[in-house]
Structures are given as C-alpha cells and as structure tokens.
Write a protein that binds this ligand. Structure first.
Ligand code: GLC
Length: 754
C-alpha cells in the first residue's frame, strides 16, 4: 500500500478498530474454549479474535493461514493480523543459545544463524520474532543471561546488529525474512539480586555508558520493533517510562518502529504501585509511546474512555496505529497476508543439511576451552569413555527453543558413533570384537540423572520415584566404564529448566548428584575431560583443578554433539572466548571485567588490608571475559603505535586515527584461530572510567610457525563517554591501549588525545 492509502485507511477506521490494532492476544485464543489471558469477558474474547492487531505463540503455516483468512475476511477493513513468536536461537534448526553465540566473537555466524531461523520461521507462518535480546548481563544468578550475548556493550552491539541483519535481510517484505524486535528495553540485565521482574537502580551514567549501547546498535541496524522490559528503572516501570521511551528511544536513538510491551507489563504497573488501575496503566503506557499491549485488557478496555474524556488525545492512538500499519505494510501483508507461509516449503527447508552445517560451525566456534593440561585434548587414546547425563541427553537446546523436535538434536554419543574408525558401545556390553582392534573404542554411560530429586526448575519440579535406585545403578556402571577407559569425557550440566525466564538461582553450582558423579569419576579416571552444558556461568567448585581438560559447551542446540566431537577429536581447534566472567563463587555476582579501579585498588601481592577486597575470595573472576584456549600456542608481540597522539579536532570531516598493531605467531603444533582483542582505558576523566573496555576484536587463523600482523584503528569516537556535562564526548588526556587474547592482558601502550 502507498503511504497515502494508509493515511486514508486510518481515517476510515472506527475508534474500536484503531484501539484493537494495539491489542495482542495469546496464541491459544483460537484454541477451542480458550480463555484469553487478561482479556477477561467472553465478548472481549470474541472482539479480540475479530479485531486484535496481533497474536503471539501461533506457528504452523496451515494453522496461521486458516486464522488469517478468517480474520481478514471478517475484519471491517480487512487489515491482516501480525503473527509473532520468540524465535530466540532457532526455529527448527536450533543454534547455540545467544550467550554461546557471544562466545564465538563472530557476528557473521550469528547473522547466518538468524537468517536461517527467519527462513524457517517465515515459512512456518511467523512474521515477527522477539529477538535479539540485548540486555547487558553481569549477574549469573539471573537465568536470562542465557539469552544475552554477555557483559560487554561493544560485543553485544556487534552481535545484536548482526542478528537484526540476519532476521530482516534487506527488506522485511522478503518472504524469507521476519521483523526483529530488540528487547528488553531497558537494562533488564541489572535487575536487583539477579531476580526477574525486579527493580534496577542505575545512574544515568551507567545506563548510558554500559547498558544502552547494545540496544542502540541493534536499532541502528534497522530493528523494526522494541519491547519494553519488566523492570523498573530507578522506580519507574519501563512501560510507563515516558523519558526512556520518548526522549531516549525515539528522539535520541531515532527509533520510529513499533514499541510493544512485554507480556502483561502494562497491567503490571498496578502491582508495581505505579498505576492505581488498568485505566491509569493504559494512560501511562500510551503516553510513554507503547504501541502494543501484550496480553492484558488495559488498552482494550480503557483507551476509548480515556479519549472520550479527553484524558488522552486521539492523536496518540493514531500515531500508534500508524506505526503498526506501517509495519504490516512493510511486511507486505496487505498484498500477501500470509507472508509466504507454506507448509510444503517449511518441510523442505527445515533442518536442511546446509542449516545443520551452519549450526555445527556455530557450535564449534562457541566452545570455550578453559583448561587443557598436558594437551589432554584433542583426544588421542584408543579407549574413550563418554560418561554423564549430557552424553546422551537430547535436550541440548534451551527453554527458549519453542518449536523444535528435540529428537532431531544430535548428542555427543551419537556424534561419536558416526565418526570414522570409532566403535561405540553402551557400558561394558559386548567384548571388543576383532574388527574393532584398529578402531577407537568409545563406551558410553549416563552416570547420573541431570537433577537431584525434587529440584525446582522453571515451570515445575523434577521428581523421580526411582531416583535412588536409578542413580545407584547408573553410578556403578559409570565407575566400571571409567576404570576401563584411558580417557574419560564427563558431560555435566544444568537442566534445560534451570536457565531462561523465571529461573533465578541463589546457588549456581551443578546439582549434587552430578558432583557425586564427578568425584567418583575423578577417582577412577586416568585422564579426565570435563564438559559443562550450561546457560550461565557456574560456580565450578573443584572441577577446574581436578580435571585435566575443561570446556564450556553452553546450550549447543541441534548440532551440539557433532560440533563438540569435531573439537574433541581435533578436526577443529576450539576458539571460543568467554562473553561473561565466570566467578569463583556466586558471592562475587554481579561481576564484570570493565569495572572501576577504585581509590584503593587491591595490590597484586599481599592481603590488601584496607583496600577493595574480599577476605575470602579474589576480586577477579575465576575465568575472565574474553578468555579461552586453543589447541595451539600463540606469541603476541608488544604493541606498535604509528603515533602516540590523536587530535580531537581536525579541519574538515577528516578524522584523526592511530594504528595499533601486534605481530601474532602460532608457536604451537596445530593450526588454530586466535581472537585478538583491543581494549582502551581513559586514565583520567570527568567521571571515573573502567579499567579497560573492549573496542574491537579480530580473528586470525594461523598454521604452526605462521605469523601475521593484526592492526586496529583507534579514533576519537572510541574515546567518547557520558561526561560530567551529560553529553557523549571525549576528553583530552592520557589513554592506554591493550591488545591481547583476553581481558587479563597486560600488553599495553600509551597515547594521548590532544
Ligand atoms: C516473556 C519474555 C519475553 C518474551 C515475551 C513473549 O515474558 O519476557 O522475552 O518475548 O514474554 O513470549
């Protein structure tokens, strides 16, 4: 439709039609006799089904097309409905969870993954995905760190922009793309005590300098929607925060897309104590510029009265409706209400070999090798045991993978069994046959259940009547197999229900039943490789020092087993880097690398009396942001600067720059990829500045003995921050540049901004 046609359509719509365009109903509304959450009365349900502008949680091309056909036919102006779904890291082909994608430090792999997710979801009837989640996270107690790409504003921005480009392509009218929705705006990752739906106390300095940057990059990449967050920011719920939504998001960031509330968030302003009732909540939200009310009756039941009484202007309603109509128009829904949805095509493309290969590559690149003593990895022995619940567990995805078939996930056992020259056995069954002699023998034992009995997990509680008996049998078998093997690969991890929404944990250790298995295996194993499947950083207790090798596998998704076996077997070297600090203990949370130095930094040596320290724990993370080993060794030269001063102002539009470079040499024995990281530090400024901040990263793949130069450009924009004058600006003075393989690097050089 042309713009003028949309204007004419808006003019011709009744006020009821306009208000209902702002209402989103849950997918089950069209299930027989379903009650529509938050839209209580039956006639509201009928009205909502006739007029609601969007729906979330329905997929399946034929189902979507049937609902849409009926809806468009009955709608007074035949305006199509929007179908939205959380496609967070996979639809049919599930990619590593977003925190694992952050570990790849490879935006391109995330763009490719998002493009595949969009293609599968669009064929399946989806037009909008509630992704990327760009919340900056520092607190591993929060189960939703799994959905973010980590603790750094720059990395989050690069990954989020890539995902937006993958989802949306060059045009969202393209049938293989969907509109992206950046969430949760804003600063949900700073929720107090790591608990969902909680308050965030943030200075404007912290908000702007750390938390907003990632969202900004995603919006600059063209994201068509933004979702308000559940949290309050300094006591103001996001869905009613006029300053945050109109002044910051729309005016400063230039966002002119659709702003949708999170599920129920408008109505939740009442229990927050920010609105007396749903009518006031509706008024606050529409004035803040929230266009769509996700699953409450606030807008449906109150906007007309608010307009008729003059408490809100109809212009506010019209601007919201127009943004929604624009989105529908740009998706091409007025011409094709189904946006190309087609069951046959969906079946053709879902889980294609090409998609699986991209997912497999993403898994390989996401794995973070934390320990590898005496080059235990890659596997070299001929008698390998793969033990632990995650040796065989099909739930390799996350709680935000909603439409996959878990049976299509590839476990490590299955991947090993497919490998060349490997003979796979369950437990100690079957004597080794003659034709096995030349093969690597892999024996598998589950060893334990994932969870202890009666563990509370997201959406329920784990209970097994035969828990004791089962685990006794599993444990005994595992010890036998461990005894037999030359190397044990022990696969431990969180349950799928232990990370994601509403899964905050005050204890971030592995379940006791798995730690019992770990200590038993340690006693029996000649060599022990421990793999950790998790949606968050964990307190790893004594696992690191008691394992000969330790690798974080995250929630790896459909191709988990294949990608992990590719690395364990040495076909690929690991290259992942931590996107989020791993603490020693949960008591360190929230913890992050880009902290301030304080006025009394703890000295390298000694107890650090009367300095910033814990009596019982280091200040630093156990494994810092950006850390991860490869199978090779690298030598990094000192930093070379082509000059040591940068001009703040230069005539005309020309920008001054410094080139900082290092020589990187693969001094090991195998080809490997290293992720070089550029950090900057502002030594003295009108507000204290972080000890270091990531400003760039580059991957370099080198063969043994090969050397390459890695150069970064430093420009004045990279030095800007939210100054004491409350503007983004750089300030002249001294700076340090660091270039290394993680945020603990001490490879530094000095320069000044003049
Ligand atoms: C949930 C989540 C949000 C999700 C939305 C729709 O409560 O907070 O991330 O997109 O509801 O499912």
């Amino acid at each position: 439709m042309k713009r003028e046609d949309l204007d004419a359509l808006l003019k011709d719509m009744s006020i009821e039609e306009k208000i209902m365009q702002l209402v989103q109903i849950p997918g089950w509304s069209f299930e027989k006799d379903a009650a529509v959450t938050g839209i209580a009365e039956n006639e509201a349900t009928d009205k909502a089904k006739r007029l609601a502008g969007s729906i979330l949680g329905v997929n399946g091309a034929d189902k979507v097309k049937a609902i849409q056909e009926e809806y468009v036919k009955n709608h007074p102006h035949h305006i199509p409905m929007l179908f939205m779904l959380d496609v967070i890291h996979g639809h049919d082909t599930v990619f590593p969870c977003p925190l694992a994608q952050g570990a790849t430090f490879d935006p391109e792999i995330s763009r490719k993954g998002a493009a595949i997710q969009a293609k599968e979801a669009a064929a399946d009837g989806i037009q909008v995905t509630f992704s990327p989640m760009v919340d900056l996270v520092r607190d591993a107690r929060w189960g939703r760190v799994m959905e973010s790409t980590g603790e750094d504003p720059y990395l989050n921005g690069e990954m989020a922009a890539a995902m937006v480009k993958g989802y949306q392509g060059d045009s969202i009218s393209d049938k293989e793309h969907v509109a992206a929705c950046v969430k949760h705006f804003a600063a949900y990752g700073a929720a107090e005590a790591g608990r969902d739906y909680n308050n965030c106390e943030l200075s404007e300095y912290a908000l702007r300098d750390q938390y907003l940057k990632g969202y900004n990059k995603a919006i600059d990449a063209g994201a068509r929607l933004v979702m308000t967050s559940f949290n309050t920011l300094n006591g103001v719920p996001s869905s009613g925060n006029k300053w945050l939504m109109r002044d910051v998001l729309r005016k400063e960031m230039g966002f002119d897309g659709v702003l949708i509330s999170d599920w129920g968030a408008i109505g939740e302003m009442v229990p927050w104590g920010f609105a007396e009732d749903l009518k006031e909540a509706a008024e606050l939200a529409i004035k803040a510029g929230v266009d769509i009310d996700m699953c409450t009756e606030s807008y449906a039941a109150n906007l007309e009265e608010l307009i008729n009484s003059g408490e809100i202007k109809e212009e506010l309603l019209d601007e919201a409706v127009m943004r929604i109509l624009n989105l529908k128009n740009d998706l091409g829904l007025f011409e094709d209400p189904y946006h190309g949805a087609c069951d046959e095509r969906h079946k053709e493309i879902a889980l294609s070999e090409e998609s699986r290969n991209v997912a497999r590559d993403a898994v390989r690149k996401s794995l973070v090798l934390l320990e590898n003593r005496e080059e235990t990895l890659p596997l070299k022995d001929k008698k390998i045991a793969i033990i632990g619940p995650y040796a065989v567990e099909k739930k390799l995805h996350s709680s935000w993978a909603l439409s996959l078939d878990p049976e299509k996930n590839v476990t490590l056992m299955e991947a090993a069994g497919e490998a060349d020259k490997v003979s796979l056995y369950l437990g100690m069954n079957k004597a080794i046959s003659a034709d096995d002699k030349q093969n690597t023998i892999v024996r598998v034992a589950k060893g334990s259940t994932v969870l202890d009995n009666d563990t509370v997990i997201g959406n329920g509680e784990y209970h097994d009547d035969d828990f004791e008996e089962t685990n006794e049998r599993l444990y005994a078998e595992a010890m036998e197999v461990a005894n037999w093997a030359d190397t044990v690969v022990l696969c431990l991890g969180e349950d799928l229900g232990q990370s994601g929404e509403s899964t905050s944990r005050a204890d971030i250790m592995l379940p006791d039943i798995q730690m019992e298995l770990f200590y038993g295996i340690r006693k029996n194993a000649k060599k022990l490789v421990t793999l950790i499947f998790t949606g968050r950083p964990l307190d790893l207790e004594h696992i690191p020092e008691l394992s000969d090798a330790l690798m974080i596998c995250w929630r790896p998704g459909t191709e988990g087993g294949h990608g992990i076996w590719d690395v364990l077997s040495g076909i690929h070297s690991p290259q992942g880097k931590l996107p989020m600090s791993f603490p020693w203990v949960v008591g360190q949370a929230p913890i992050h690398y880009n902290a301030f130095n304080t006025g009394r930094p703890k000295p390298e040596e000694g107890p650090g009396d009367f300095t910033t320290r814990y009596l019982d724990c280091p200040n630093e993370a156990r494994y810092p942001f950006g850390y991860g080993l490869t199978y090779s060794e690298f030598e990094i030269s000192d930093i070379v600067l082509d000059k040591t001063s940068l001009k703040k102002e230069v005539p005309g539009s020309k920008k001054d720059k410094i080139t900082a470079s290092v020589k990187v040499k693969n001094s090991g024995l195998v080809p490997a990829t290293q992720t070089m990281q550029l950090y900057l530090r502002d030594i003295s400024a009108s507000r204290v500045r972080p000890q270091m901040e990531l400003k760039g990263f580059k991957k370099v793949r080198l063969f043994p003995g090969e050397e390459a130069e890695v150069a970064f450009e430093i420009n004045e924009e990279m030095l800007r921050f939210w100054t004491i004058d409350n503007v983004y600006d750089s300030e002249k003075g001294k700076f340090k540049v660091f270039i290394g393989v993680d945020s603990a690097t001490e490879n530094e050089a000095d320069f000044v901004l003049e």
